[in-house]
Design a binder for this molecule. Structure first.
Ligand code: NAD
Length: 251
């Protein structure tokens, strides 16, 4: 299909997981995709996988200058803020440094990219901003996800605030709240829990059993929602949390 034929798209954290699947899905729909990440080796493999159709660049979402220069070059109609990090632990486990790091990577990064991209979108008369939140924090609590849940809930507030301020100027801003999704960092989390429990299978079972469907999502299933929110098919939705969690919070 060519559902994104005339769109220029910038994706952060596009080297692996949901960001990568989304970059590929949007390229398949005809978008001009700028895939960015700090992992340039993996970005190269993404470029190859797209037969060179996807442009890649090293963009660190924690670095204002890096964000500004790449957004200037990409001139995005669609901004997919996908970068985020999962901290493990309770409020008593989290250090101030860990909280500051997660606030910066999971939340402030979106302030940076939106500040850089929004003025151009306004001049061109429209844009779709898609922020990666999570079911965790924004709709349901999960054990040992204090820092993560706190930052992801804040993404909802950021999303609604941007949406309401620019709704009459052609800008839409939505966020995505996935349940558990298969990705390299998710595999690391299962491995780490497996080491703690002394059983990889038991760890896997814990992650899978909280999804009523009895499985986790494939990143491509989240990418399908990203394509929808990027396209004009979703023209009537803004300021919302789009929950896609295998029935986790919907029971
Ligand atoms: P992942 O965690 O496996 O990959 C994250 C990517 O982010 C990596 O390619 C890494 O290089 C990149 N990255 C790290 N620091 C960066 C920085 N400073 N600047 C730019 N890029 C940086 O991928 P994932 O699990 O698909 O997660 C992607 C997003 O989806 C995250 O925001 C995550 O919180 C969210 N999410 C994931 C799940 C899940 O179960 N996997 C569920 C809900 C939400």
């Amino acid at each position: 299909g060519q559902r994104l034929a005339d769109k220029r798209v910038l994706v952060t954290a596009a080297a692996q997981g949901i960001g990568r699947a989304s970059a590929l899905a949007m390229a398949r729909e005809g978008a001009t995709v700028f895939a960015t990440d700090v992992n340039t080796d993996l970005l190269e493999t993404l470029k190859n996988e797209s037969d060179g159709a996807i442009e890649i660049a090293k963009l660190d979402v924690r670095d204002d200058a890096s964000v500004k220069s790449h957004v200037e070059r990409a001139r995005p109609d669609v901004l997919f803020n996908c970068a985020g990090f999962v901290h493990h632990g309770t409020i008593l486990d989290a250090t101030d440094d860990e909280i500051d790091f997660a606030m910066d990577l999971n939340l402030r990064s979106m302030v940076r990219t939106i500040r850089a991209a929004l003025p151009g979108m306004l001049v061109r008369g429209g844009g779709s901003i898609i922020n990666m939140s999570s079911a965790v924090g924004s709709v349901i609590g999960a054990p040992n996800r204090f820092v993560y849940g706190t930052t992801k809930a804040a993404v909802v507030g950021l999303t609604k605030s941007v949406a309401v301020d620019y709704v009459t100027q052609g800008i839409r801003c939505n966020c995505i709240c996935p349940g558990t999704v298969e990705s390299p960092s998710w595999h690391d989390r299962v491995k780490a829990l497996g080491e703690k429990l002394g059983s990889y299978d038991e760890a896997l079972q814990q992650f899978v059993s909280r999804q009523p469907m009895g499985r986790v999502a494939a990143p491509e299933e989240i990418a399908a929602l990203v394509v929808y929110l990027a396209s004009d098919e979703s023209a009537f939705t803004t300021g919302h949390t789009h929950i896609i969690d295998g029935g986790w919070s919907g029971q």
